[in-house]
Design a protein around this ligand. Structure first.
Ligand SMILES: NC(=O)c1ccc[n+]([C@@H]2O[C@H](COP(=O)([O-])OP(=O)(O)OC[C@H]3O[C@@H](n4cnc5c(N)ncnc54)[C@H](O)[C@@H]3O)[C@@H](O)[C@H]2O)c1
Ligand SMILES: N[C@H](CO)Cc1c[nH]c[nH+]1
Ligand SMILES: [Zn+2]
Length: 435
């Protein structure tokens, strides 16, 4: 079993507490950023040639063409197994239902007599959807990005994903791409794919906004390209998966262990945390983890993630809530009989899983919520992905002559207060000259 840390929170110094909850991926950030910047610079200079070079290096040595044409997409999609197709269809429906209900409505308010203000939404022209494919192919992520893009009706919906060793994208992924009306598919991943989406290359026009999770290279690349003047917007820093479970004696230790392993198996840099006031549950979960770990094909990855994770005994649930709020997990699972009573205090999380029968993996695939969520503690200030993210919001105002007369003093006095008399003049000139 991995060197999973078991600690009593109150016995740690403040420094040890901070170190225990530090995200593993952040430790290498300076080195990582310069490595990723070099990849972005190469794509800026050499376009498709650089994207192909890195794709050959990391994913498929024989790849010569980035674009996956319609015939290839259709041929792959046709190979999807009926059972997988049915599972995708079910998940598509729940995700569609939850996101369709989020359709934004323009609002118009008469803010003063003769003054009307509108908040309007416009679907982004071109969206880039990054689907991870390094250690696991994730067609579920394509649903999480493709369904809202379809509902927003973004005219260009560009999907990028690392190809397999044979240069192919999976049948399940291509079935999702077809179902969501993806308009372009490219075989590339990592920082080079993000750079191509941001900057454009000979074969790929740039997009307005880049969505999707990925490993540390992808997340760092998204953050770097977002700083390029005139560059794309990004959804959020959605990096290595995280799960924090708050549980007491009412929890089933096997369920808790299974949930922790479900996120640990994503990657060695995933992190899972248990907070419990029960010493007995902590011991039972430790035992269940080592039993269940043995059964997992990805045990090696999960073991490495567990080495950077922790089972923490807290004094009481109030302390668990305080730690969770500070940590701000991507996923928060509350396995308490009285879970509902604590939700109002648990506001810093990407997505919350309530009670003993709401496994985290339910939200990963098919409850209908979006699984693209802020990690690294960004759940403190970033939102979970939703339909609104696929739109731009802007405002419109209309002022009549009488309306302007009513607001004139306020505008002129504020402008003069700021020493901006040209602003004031733009109002007074209208009052002097009626059209
Ligand atoms: N936060 C979320 O919402 C969410 C959702 C789904 C998945 N995830 C996370 O996404 C991640 C997916 O990671 P992944 O690795 O499987 O797939 P990925 O597609 O993100 O990364 C694969 C790419 O990484 C690049 N890469 C690999 N090694 C490199 C190196 N040494 N130098 C430069 N680039 C390199 C390659 O270009 C490769 O194509 C996991 O950590 C998972 O937890 C997060
Ligand atoms: N748990 C991931 C989000 O952190 C999403 C995912 C995709 N497939 C399985 N899980
Ligand atoms: Zn998952």
């Amino acid at each position: 079993m991995a060197q999973l840390q078991q600690v009593i929170w109150q016995q740690l110094t403040a420094d040890q507490q901070r170190q225990l909850l530090a995200r593993p991926a952040q430790a290498q950030s300076a080195e990582l950023l310069s490595q990723v910047q070099a990849i972005i610079d190469a794509v800026a200079n050499d376009g498709d040639a650089a994207v192909l070079k890195y794709t050959q290096q990391f994913d498929c040595p024989s790849l010569t063409e980035l674009r996956y044409d319609e015939a290839a997409i259709a041929a792959q999609a046709a190979l999807v197994e009926p059972q997988v197709k049915a599972a995708i269809d079910t998940a598509y429906q729940t995700i569609y239902a939850f996101h369709q209900a989020q359709q934004p409505q323009a609002v118009t308010v008469t803010t003063a007599p003769g003054v009307s203000c509108t908040q309007q939404y416009h679907a982004l022209e071109a969206v880039g959807l990054y689907i991870p494919g390094g250690t696991a192919v994730l067609p579920s992520t394509a649903l999480m990005l493709g369904v809202p893009a379809q509902l927003a009706n973004n005219p260009r919906r560009v999907l990028v994903s690392p190809p397999d060793r044979n240069g192919q994208l999976s049948p399940a992924l291509m079935y999702v791409a077809q179902k969501c009306g993806i308009t372009e598919v490219y075989r590339c991943g990592g920082a080079q794919a993000i750079a191509a989406l941001a900057l454009g290359t000979e074969s790929m026009a740039p997009v307005a906004k880049i969505f999707g999770p990925g490993n540390s290279y992808v997340t760092a690349a998204k953050q770097l390209v977002a700083q390029i003047p005139g560059g794309p917007a990004i959804d959020m820093p959605a990096g290595p998966s995280e799960l924090l479970v708050i549980a007491d004696d009412s929890a089933n230790s096997a369920f808790v262990a299974a949930d922790l392993l479900s996120q640990a198996e994503h990657g060695a840099d995933s992190q899972v945390i248990l907070l419990t006031p029960s010493a007995q549950l902590l011991e039972q979960v430790t035992l269940a983890l080592s039993e269940q770990l043995e059964q997992l094909p990805r045990a090696d990855i999960a073991r490495r993630a567990l080495a950077g994770s922790a089972l923490i005994q807290v004094s009481d649930l109030a302390e668990a809530i305080a730690i969770s709020q500070q940590y701000a997990p991507e996923h928060l699972s509350v396995q308490l009989d009285s879970a509902e009573d604590y939700l109002a205090q648990l506001t810093h999380a990407g997505s919350i899983f309530v009670g003993h029968y709401t496994p985290e993996s339910g939200g990963d695939y098919a409850t209908g919520t979006n699984h693209v969520l802020p990690t690294y503690g960004f759940a403190r200030n970033y939102s979970s992905l939703g339909l609104l993210d696929f739109y731009r919001r802007y405002t419109i105002q209309r002022v009549s002559q009488a309306g302007l007369a009513g607001l004139a003093n306020a505008i002129i006095d504020l402008a003069e207060t700021e020493g901006l008399s040209a602003h004031a003049r733009a109002v007074s000139i209208r009052l002097e000259q009626s059209v």
